[in-house]
Ligand binder design. Structure first.
Ligand code: ZN
Ligand code: ZN
Ligand code: ZN
Ligand code: ZN
Ligand code: ZN
Length: 144
């Protein structure tokens, strides 16, 4: 009789301990126990990149040296001397910068058409410490 009472107490104690353990280590419901809140970056929509506004994703921009003409007027004869030795009488030079195409690789995105998202540091998401559990991922089960 005395023995079974003792085992009953033991079982009760274990049950109580188990309940306490669970309630003390309850995973934070706000962050799912991870300790941080993560949101998709609203600027790049999770891609980590944004379209280059300078070339609008075209990867090329107008040549800044010839202003997109692909050539520039001979500075020696101003295009007026057909015997000019500098330009050979053509009156203009092919733009070396853009090789006469009038377009150069976008200097802002280096011809990639997109730039790293500065808002999320190319992560694609924004993350901060969970204010509910202060980054621990666990909350005390305060029921009162
Ligand atoms: Zn971003
Ligand atoms: Zn660009
Ligand atoms: Zn040019
Ligand atoms: Zn010339
Ligand atoms: Zn949390």
């Amino acid at each position: 009789m005395k023995k079974s009472f003792k085992s009953f107490i033991m079982a009760f104690a274990l049950l109580l301990a188990g309940t306490l353990f669970v309630s003390m280590d309850k995973a934070c419901p706000k962050c799912d126990g991870t300790g941080y809140i993560r949101n998709e970056c609203h600027v790049c929509h999770g891609t980590g990149y944004n379209d280059c506004r300078t070339c609008n994703g075209a990867k090329m921009i107008r040549c800044t040296f010839c202003f997109g003409d692909g050539k520039y007027v001979c500075p020696h004869c101003h295009g007026r001397n057909p015997n000019c030795v500098k330009c050979g009488g053509q009156g203009y030079f092919d733009c070396e910068r853009c090789k006469g195409t009038g377009k150069i690789t976008c200097t802002i995105c280096n011809g990639e058409g997109h730039i790293r998202c500065a808002t999320c540091n190319q992560q694609g998401y924004l993350q901060w410490k969970c204010p509910e559990c202060n980054g621990t991922g666990e909350v005390k089960d305060d029921e009162d």
